[in-house]
Design a protein around this ligand. Structure first.
Ligand SMILES: Cc1cc2nc3c(=O)[nH]c(=O)nc-3n(C[C@H](O)[C@H](O)[C@H](O)COP(=O)(O)O)c2cc1C
Length: 561
């Protein structure tokens, strides 16, 4: 299959639309590979902004003096050859004045050599009058992909549809039109735009398999962001004061843009004031995060809930994706004063939202995914991990074996046997599997006659070693579980998250390395059957400490300490 992309955006490969086109092409390639029909796939691209294509002179030489050949010698000869070569042509362009950009229109006009001068009636009733093709174009397919600047594509593509109806015939081509096109170049919004691009890929795959499904179409027709959010973002990006028309400072434009990303669904019942102090510019702005949305104040009149102090250049690097925010925090490139909760839940307050305003930031939290229950949704929800899966076999063993070695071991083995069922709902970690394996091993040892007084401390020791060993690797054990509340596996890139977890894992590891000492003695006393229960007391306090430390430590680092 020969696939030709004609990119008509004056921005060339920097084009928003081109992102959709490459995603669609990727989907096509996957579809063709899956079909395993030994299709040889050849792909070629024409970047119209790099071609020398002069406007048509209207001389009709290509019809009379040199039939099929244009009298202008430029790159159009190459374009015509490629159009004849292609089995599928993908036209990719931005909407300009409700039609195609001028450069692309020149290319379209210069296709006249591809038709014969004869007048014929169209069979598909599009307009009145037509010219027959000079070459055999049967079986050739056309895809039209375009983004536009308004909030929706709906109602804005009549001109384009009409043009391609005339060129290809009604319903003889496939379209993919998307509003809010400028958002594809905003790194902070990539969560939403990448989600959209995934659907574009699916569309490409379905296209080569048969045709784009209704479900995918529905997803593609959804707005990237609700109209009012998008229009506020777009207005803020120009940085023009609504009353005076004067251009605002870059830092204020940035603050306003950030404010538009606020998710009012995250409102906790109390207005919060986020104060942004740009240390290099000595400019300070406040964003009030309220029930009905956000508002930017330039006069410093509000009491800040949270104040972030950082050079504007650092924000710029974070916004452009050059640096991660958490990395900058860890390097102490910015300081946070006041309530740190806002920072810990940044994605909930400012994360991406789909067109219905649903917050998608907690996808890793099993059971919380907003897409999960949508009938026919192609979205594959990410499962979250669950620490109880790792802990339960141990707790059952410690409590039950202390009461009755034989029965306790059987119960422990039974619990371990049921654990795999939970993996339908939760993502498994190596420690879930290891725990089940160790507990089963310890239980079998007890059943075979190993003394409980020896096996109980050994089980605590094994548990402690498992935790402590992970502190020497890249990922401390708790990070596999606490990531659910910090953006899923993305949190593993966050040095502050890893350091917090490293400290906690080590503390828990040491606790369980020491537990065998007193366990051995308690197991030799009359209250041996209560060992499991007694040993649960310290972890309760450690649990309370952990919950506090997880918030306290990052906040301490953020204060620059
Ligand atoms: C000269 C010009 C005309 C435009 N006309 C329209 C228009 O009629 N309707 C619209 O929704 N967007 C319009 N836009 C916005 C672009 O279609 C939009 O920014 C698009 O995403 C750019 O895509 P590209 O990056 O692929 O070139 C226009 C932009 C320019 C520069």
């Amino acid at each position: 299959m020969n696939i030709l992309i004609i990119n008509g955006s004056p921005k060339g490969k920097e084009s928003n639309t081109y992102k959709l086109t490459t995603a669609f092409l990727e989907g096509m390639e996957t579809g063709l590979q899956d079909a395993r029909q030994n299709h040889e796939v050849h792909i070629d691209e024409l970047q119209v902004n790099r071609l020398n294509i002069k406007p048509c002179l209207g001389c009709f030489s290509c019809w009379n003096k040199t039939p099929g050949k244009c009298c202008i010698q430029d790159d159009m000869q190459e374009v015509i050859a490629k159009l004849l070569w292609a089995d599928v042509t993908i036209w990719s362009f931005p909407l300009y004045y409700f039609t195609v950009p001028g450069g692309l229109k020149n290319l379209i006009d210069r296709q006249l050599p591809l038709v014969l001068p004869l007048m014929v009636e169209r069979e598909d009733q599009v307009g009145n009058g037509s010219h027959p093709a000079r070459y055999d174009m049967n079986g050739k397919k056309t895809v039209v992909i375009s983004t536009c600047g308004f909030y929706t594509a709906e109602g804005n593509y009549d001109g384009v549809n009409s043009l391609f109806d005339h060129i290809c015939g009604k319903d003889q081509y496939t379209t993919l039109f998307c509003g809010q096109g400028e958002l594809f170049r905003v790194p902070e919004l990539s969560q939403r735009t990448d989600e959209y691009l995934e659907y574009v890929k699916t569309a490409g795959k379905e296209y080569v398999e048969s045709s784009i499904s209704e479900e995918t179409r529905t997803k593609l027709n959804e707005l990237l962001y609700p109209r009012e959010v998008f229009e506020r973002m777009a207005d803020a990006s120009w940085g023009i004061d609504k009353e005076s028309g004067v251009k605002e400072s870059d830092a204020l434009i940035f603050t306003r843009q950030m404010a538009t990303l606020y998710q009012k669904e995250s409102y906790t019942g109390k207005d919060q004031v986020l104060e942004m102090y740009y240390t290099d510019l000595d400019e300070c702005y406040q964003i009030v995060l309220g029930k009905d949305g956000s508002q930017v104040y330039t006069d410093g009149s509000k009491n800040a809930t949270t104040r972030i102090e950082t050079p504007f250049s650092v924000w710029r690097s974070i916004a452009s994706g050059e640096m991660r925010g958490d990395e900058a925090l860890m390097k102490q490139l910015y300081k946070v004063k006041g309530d740190f909760d806002l920072m810990l839940n940044w994605d909930t307050y400012f994360g991406g939202s789909d067109s219905s305003g649903n917050n998608n930031t907690s996808e890793a939290d099993a059971g919380k995914n907003s897409h999960e229950n949508e009938p026919g949704s192609k979205y594959i929800p990410k499962k979250g991990t669950n620490m109880n899966i790792m802990l339960t076999p141990w707790i059952v063993f410690w409590v039950a074996v202390a009461i009755n070695g034989y029965a306790g071991s059987l119960v422990s083995i039974g619990v371990c046997a049921l654990i795999p069922l939970l993996f339908y709902q939760y993502k498994k970690t190596p420690y879930d599997l290891l725990s089940s394996a160790f507990v089963t091993g310890c239980s079998i040892a007890v059943l075979l006659g190993a003394p409980e007084r020896f096996m109980m401390p050994l089980a605590y020791l094994t548990f402690g070693v498992m935790w402590t060993v992970t502190c020497f690797g890249k990922m401390p054990l708790t990070a596999h579980y606490s990531m659910n509340h910090y953006g899923g596996e993305d949190a593993w890139q966050n040095p502050l998250f890893l350091k917090t977890n490293w400290i906690l894992t080590l503390m828990w590891g040491i606790l369980y390395l020491l537990t065998p000492i007193w366990t051995y003695f308690i197991m030799g006393t009359e209250i041996a059957s209560l060992t499991g229960a007694i040993n649960s007391l310290l972890p309760i306090f450690m649990g309370i400490f952990t919950a506090w430390f997880q918030k306290w430590y990052p906040a301490r680092v953020a204060r620059g300490k």
